[in-house]
Design a protein around this ligand. Structure first.
Ligand code: COD
Ligand code: ZN
Length: 363
């Protein structure tokens, strides 16, 4: 058992409580990571607001990097001291999906078996739930939930690779496999959307149309490769995209998670185009798709989870892009907070401040 500081969600729509909690020792296949940086991503905010349900109390946080401090007896891929990126989709390596190269869909993880169904965090003997649970000084996870990185990698960069980059860039490179010269629209230009934009720049899309409802976000998106900006409060994004592209884009990415914006993505592509859904919506939400358009125009609608990533291949690849200057992650981080200020960090996300906020942990 280890005592650590953590941010605990006791009730939806209530501030997180910063307090000392206990963390279990690692099982035979687990590692313990000491967090260096943990990103302020909207998915956790959906849980804080009660839009996605989890058993409470819970420790959230899933976009992080840190160092291994302890390993279970069977662990082979990392050792104490190793810097690692935390991945929120651990995988078994044996199921049909893993062995066919689709480890983001791992059947064993989806059944809950890898994440552990029992609580591993405690407050005065009361269980606290958590999966990656990176809004805490330490976390315990299956060894496939970490990817080791070189000593040159700043762990703030590593944290962004853990979610926003892998989800956003991966949607372009892996899920959609956008060819050079394509026209692309990105609906929702937050932390993840910016990385869809960077991914599109990386593959040399000829036009990258950013759609958002905030002018600040749109201006910020330009720095990462957006060539055209559409304020969805001012004009109908579908009409505007069709006008800019002579009838529609080749690829449209939905990076918010709502039925209206998914519809926008589907309507903004031309015949034969592909719409990619990246954002998770409220449980049970559906999107209206015109069936005849789907058939007659041969459109494709695809989901993208965690950028269709194979973390051990893709994360080092994205780090190489950063080293070569093809991905800019430093400029994405606009604010840093100690764990004690995590509630303010989420208020800033809610206010729509640009860029990614990071919780940083003292050494
Ligand atoms: N039209 C266009 N843009 C809009 C609209 C609208 N009607 N409404 C809001 N927006 C913009 C906001 O202004 C903002 O810029 C952006 O949409 C949302 O960005 P953020 O920064 O608030 O959110 P992110 O980027 O941190 O997270 C977004 C996702 C929706 C991608 C994330 O929550 C998600 O669902 N991820 C995929 C699922 C997943 O794998 N989850 C686990 C880890 S993320
Ligand atoms: Zn995330």
């Amino acid at each position: 058992m280890r005592t650590m500081k953590a941010a605990v969600l006791y009730q939806y729509n209530e501030p997180l409580v910063i307090e000392q909690v206990q963390l279990d020792d690692p099982g035979p296949n687990d590692v313990i990571v000491r967090m260096a940086a943990s990103g302020v991503c909207r998915s956790d905010y959906h849980v804080m607001r009660g839009e996605t349900h989890r058993p409470l109390p819970a420790i959230l946080g899933h976009e992080a990097a840190g160092r291994i401090v302890e390993v279970g007896t069977n662990v082979t891929r990392v050792r104490p001291g190793d810097p690692v990126i935390v991945c929120f989709a651990p995988y078994c390596g044996h199921c049909e999906y893993c062995t066919s190269g689709r480890q983001n869909l791992c059947e064993t993880r989806r059944s809950g078996a890898l994440l552990g169904t029992q609580a591993r965090r405690w407050k005065d003997g009361q269980p606290i739930t958590g999966t990656t649970a990176t809004f805490a000084e330490y976390s315990v996870m299956h060894e496939s939930g970490v990817v080791p990185v070189g000593p040159d990698v700043p762990l703030e960069v590593g944290a962004l690779i853990g979610c926003a980059v892998t989800t956003g860039v991966g949607a372009v490179l892996n899920t959609a496999q956008v060819p050079p010269g394509s026209t692309v629209a990105v609906i929702g230009c937050g932390g993840v959307g910016l990385n869809v934009i960077q991914g599109a720049r990386l593959v040399r899309a000829s036009r990258i149309i950013a759609v958002d409802i905030s002018l600040d976000k749109l201006e910020f998106a330009r720095r990462f490769g957006a060539t055209d900006l559409i304020d969805a409060r001012e004009e109908d994004p579908v009409q505007a995209i069709r006008q800019l592209t002579n009838g529609g884009v080749d690829y449209a990415f939905e990076v918010l998670g709502s039925s209206a914006t998914l519809r926008t993505a589907f309507d903004a592509i031309h015949q034969g185009g592909t719409a990619v859904a990246v954002g998770l919506a409220a449980t049970g939400e559906e999107a209206p798709i015109d069936i005849n358009t789907l058939v007659l125009s041969e459109k494709t609608l695809k989901g993208s989870f965690y950028g269709s990533s194979r973390t051990t291949i893709d994360m080092p690849r994205y780090l190489n892009f950063v080293r070569a200057g093809h991905l800019d992650l430093d400029a994405q981080v606009t604010r840093r907070y100690p764990l004690e200020e995590i509630n303010e960090a989420y208020e800033a996300l809610n206010r729509g401040e640009v860029g990614r906020g990071l919780i940083v942990f003292a050494d």
